[in-house]
Design a protein around this ligand. Structure first.
Ligand SMILES: C[S@@+](CC[C@H](N)C(=O)[O-])C[C@H]1O[C@@H](n2cnc3c(N)ncnc32)[C@H](O)[C@@H]1O
Length: 389
C-alpha cells in the first residue's frame, strides 16, 4: 500500500495533482494500460481497485464517444488506409435506430463482449490479486460486459443496482408511425396504438468482480497482508433516511449494513427503501454545467463545434462514486478509472484520501475532468486554510 505514483512513470499524463495524488491521462485506455503494464517500474499488479463506467455499447445521443472501437490494431490501420472511418465500423447494431437487425445483434453483442474482455485483461494485469473491479453497465448489453470481464479472469462476486426514477424513455413510439407510414388498414393501425419498443430505464447495474486471491492464500491472509480481497462494509454503512436529511455529507455515519441496491430520488421516501443507501442523480452544478435538456442539445452543439464542453452527459454522482471507491479501496490505496469521462471517480478518490488515476480518450472530456479536479483542489485548499486559521 505504499506505492506512490510519483515513483513510477505514467504514460500520457496531461494533468497531475501531486498534493492530492491524482493523475489524469489522455488516450485510449487499452493503449495507455498496455504501456502502464509494460514499464518495468510500472503498475502491473499494483492497483488496489478499479471503479469505472465504460461505454454501455449503445450509441447514446448518436455521437461516437459512447461507442467503442472493437477492431484489432491491424484492422484499424487497414481501415484508415482504405478510408473507412472508425465510426462506420464501430458498434452501432444495438442502437434503438437499428432494432430491425436481430440476426446481427448477437454478433454485435459478442464483439462488445470481446472488447470488454480486452480491456478487462489489462485491468486484471494491473490489479493486485484479490483487487476488485466495479463496472457500470446499461441493462441491454451489461450481460456481455459481465461475461467479458469474467473471461478476462475475474470472479463475479455480486451486482449492485442503482435504482432511480428520472430516466427518459428512448424507445420507438409505434403509435406515431400511423401518420407517417400512411396507407395502413384500420386493424393495422389498432395494433400499432399504445406500443413502444422500450421501458423507462430505472436502474443501472454495477458488476462486482474480483481478481482471484493469490494461489493457496485465504481471504483472511490476503486482506491482512495486502489490504485487498474483501469489501469495506464499515465505512460504507449509511444512516436511515431521516438521519441522512439531518447529516448530509460524503462520509455517512455508521448505521445500516451496505446492501447491493442503491436508490435515488423519491424511492428513498418509501418506507422499505430507507434500508438502502440513498444517492440521487447529480445536479447541474455537480456535473459542472448543463448539457442542454434531455437531448443534450447544448452538449451536441459544443461538441460538434469543437468548443469546450460544460458537462459530461453521463456524469455519475460524486456521492455514489465515493461510496463505491470506499467499498473496494483500502485506506490511502490506488484506484484506477480507465473510462473516467469528467473524472468523477478521481474526484471521489481525492475526497476520500485515496490516490486516483483516470484515463479518457476524448480531449473535451479530459479537459472537463481537469477543470473539475482543479475546482475540487481549490475547494479543499480553501477548507484547509480555514481549518488552520
Ligand atoms: C459513461 S462515460 C463515463 C462518465 C463518468 N463516469 C463521469 O462521471 O463523468 C464513458 C467515458 O469513456 C470514454 N471512453 C470510451 N472509450 C474509451 C477508451 N477506449 N479509452 C478511454 N476512454 C474511453 C468516453 O469518451 C466517455 O467519456
Amino acid at each position: 500500500m505504499n506505492e506512490n505514483p510519483k515513483r513510477h512513470k505514467l504514460p500520457n499524463v496531461f494533468y497531475r495533482s501531486l498534493k492530492y495524488h491524482a493523475h489524469l491521462l489522455h488516450g485510449d485506455c487499452v493503449e495507455v494500460m498496455r504501456e502502464m503494464i509494460s514499464d518495468e517500474r510500472g503498475f502491473k499488479g499494483r492497483i488496489d481497485a478499479i471503479v469505472t463506467d465504460p461505454p454501455y455499447g449503445i450509441d447514446w445521443l448518436a455521437s461516437d464517444w459512447d461507442e467503442y472501437d472493437h477492431r484489432s490494431q491491424e484492422q484499424k490501420t487497414a481501415d484508415s488506409e482504405t478510408g473507412d472511418s472508425c465510426e462506420k465500423v464501430m458498434f452501432k447494431k444495438m442502437s434503438v435506430r437499428q432494432e430491425a437487425m436481430p440476426s446481427t445483434a448477437a454478433d454485435a453483442g459478442l464483439s462488445f463482449q470481446k472488447w470488454c474482455e480486452e480491456w478487462g485483461r489489462l485491468c486484471y494485469a494491473l490489479l493486485k490479486p484479490g483487487g476488485y473491479i466495479l463496472s457500470f453497465g446499461g441493462s441491454r448489453a451489461h450481460h456481455r460486459m459481465v461475461c467479458g470481464l469474467e473471461d478476462a479472469g475475474f470472479e463475479v462476486r455480486d451486482e449492485i443496482q442503482w435504482v432511480y426514477s428520472t430516466g427518459a424513455v428512448r424507445g420507438r413510439d409505434l403509435g406515431r408511425d400511423i401518420q407517417s407510414v400512411g396507407g395502413l388498414k384500420p386493424d393495422e393501425m389498432e395494433r400499432l396504438k399504445g406500443k413502444n419498443t422500450a421501458l423507462k430505464p430505472a436502474h443501472e447495474p454495477i458488476t462486482v468482480q474480483r481478481k482471484p486471491l493469490p494461489a493457496g492464500q485465504s481471504v483472511t491472509t490476503c486482506v491482512a497482508t495486502t489490504g485487498v480481497g474483501a469489501m469495506n462494509v464499515k465505512d460504507t454503512r449509511f444512516p436511515s433516511f431521516e438521519e441522512r436529511l439531518k447529516k448530509a455529507g460524503p462520509a455517512p455515519p455508521v448505521d445500516r449494513y451496505p446492501a447491493n441496491v442503491v436508490v435515488a430520488e423519491d424511492e428513498a421516501v418509501m418506507g422499505e427503501y430507507t434500508k438502502f443507501f440513498y444517492c440521487p442523480k447529480p445536479s447541474v452544478q455537480e456535473r459542472g454545467g448543463s448539457i442542454g435538456g434531455l437531448g443534450g442539445e447544448k452538449f451536441k452543439a459544443d461538441w460538434d463545434a469543437g468548443r469546450d464542453i460544460d458537462a459530461h452527459p453521463t456524469t455519475k454522482p460524486i456521492r455514489l462514486m465515493s461510496w463505491l471507491v470506499t467499498l473496494v479501496t483500502p485506506p490511502g490505496g490506488l484506484v484506477l478509472d480507465p473510462f473516467m469521462g469528467s473524472g468523477t471517480t478521481v474526484r471521489a478518490a481525492v475526497l476520500g484520501g485515496f490516490r486516483g488515476i483516470g484515463i479518457e480518450k476524448e480531449e473535451p472530456f479530459a479537459n472537463l475532468a481537469k477543470r473539475r479536479l482543479q475546482e475540487l483542489e481549490a475547494e479543499l485548499d480553501k477548507q484547509g486554510k480555514e481549518e488552520i486559521q
